[in-house]
Write a protein that binds this ligand. Structure first.
Ligand SMILES: CC(C)(COP(=O)(O)OP(=O)(O)OC[C@H]1O[C@@H](n2cnc3c(N)ncnc32)[C@H](O)[C@@H]1OP(=O)(O)O)[C@@H](O)C(=O)NCCC(=O)NCCS
Length: 209
């Protein structure tokens, strides 16, 4: 199994990708934004997608979309072919696409909307937090993608405030702050330890002298 950044040589997989996404949504009975092979080919072409292949057999796929002038990127369209599920492949694809997003768009907030528990779990492990839709991009083009979902009437009724999907967001600036806090914690721990070592040394010296 190899997971690679997709390119034009993978155009032949566009159809099977679309069919697998549509069939999986049908089986799950959930809504999904519909993708055409032309739409998928564009994602394969611009270096913003990863594809998993078992020899030359399609196994999985996910792509990056850029919104709001690169303020946001979404990791969308995650799909693992039924023959390759429950072996950790989605997790590997998610990690690859997340790392590619961080590398290509280091200042962008990364987000996704999903009804899938598996995706929520994987996002959470990567550092995403659940958020209300108001925290996500307001780029109308992104929300237009929901028009082909069977739950679109809910999104319209709520004036785009909520739907069956949960919004999840990875905010790199918050992550930096959290890392700083973590460092502070580590430093204060180290300082307390150092203090106690010194105290025990000096107190010992004091009592023996
Ligand atoms: C969801 C999907 C991508 C998972 O692919 P996969 O390769 O089987 O997933 P993995 O084996 O990497 O599992 C990743 C995690 O999700 C969990 N998981 C997998 N399928 C799950 C399911 N149906 N329900 C709940 N959790 C699930 C796994 O237990 C694992 O969690 P763990 O690390 O805590 O054990 C795949 O089932 C799929 O393509 N489904 C249809 C499309 C879809 O739902 N896409 C998401 C649209 S938002």
């Amino acid at each position: 199994m190899k997971i690679v950044i997709a390119n034009e040589s993978h155009f032949k997989y566009a159809e099977v990708i679309c069919d697998t996404i549509a069939e999986s949504a049908r089986v799950r009975g959930t809504g999904i934004a519909k993708r055409t092979p032309e739409y998928v080919q564009k994602r394969l072409q611009n270096g913003n997608a990863v594809i998993a292949l078992d020899g030359d057999k399609f196994a999985g796929f996910c792509y990056i979309e850029v919104w709001g002038h690169e303020k946001f990127v979404a990791n969308s369209g995650l799909i693992v072919h039924p023959d390759y599920r429950n072996q950790g492949l989605a997790k590997m694809i998610k990690k690859e696409i997340f790392e590619l997003s961080r590398k290509k768009f280091p200042n962008a907030k990364i987000f996704g909307i999903t009804t899938g528990l598996a995706v929520m779990k994987m996002n959470y492990e990567l550092g995403y937090k659940p958020v209300t839709f108001s925290e996500l991009t307001n780029d109308p083009e992104f929300w237009k993608g929901c028009q082909t979902c069977k739950n679109f009437d809910i999104l319209t009724r709520t004036e785009q405030k909520m739907c069956l999907c949960t919004g999840m967001l990875y905010d790199p600036s918050l992550k930096e702050k959290e890392k700083e806090k973590e460092k502070e914690k580590v430093n204060s721990k180290a300082f307390t330890r150092l203090k106690s070592i010194k105290e025990s040394l000096f107190l010992k010296k004091k009592t023996t002298s």
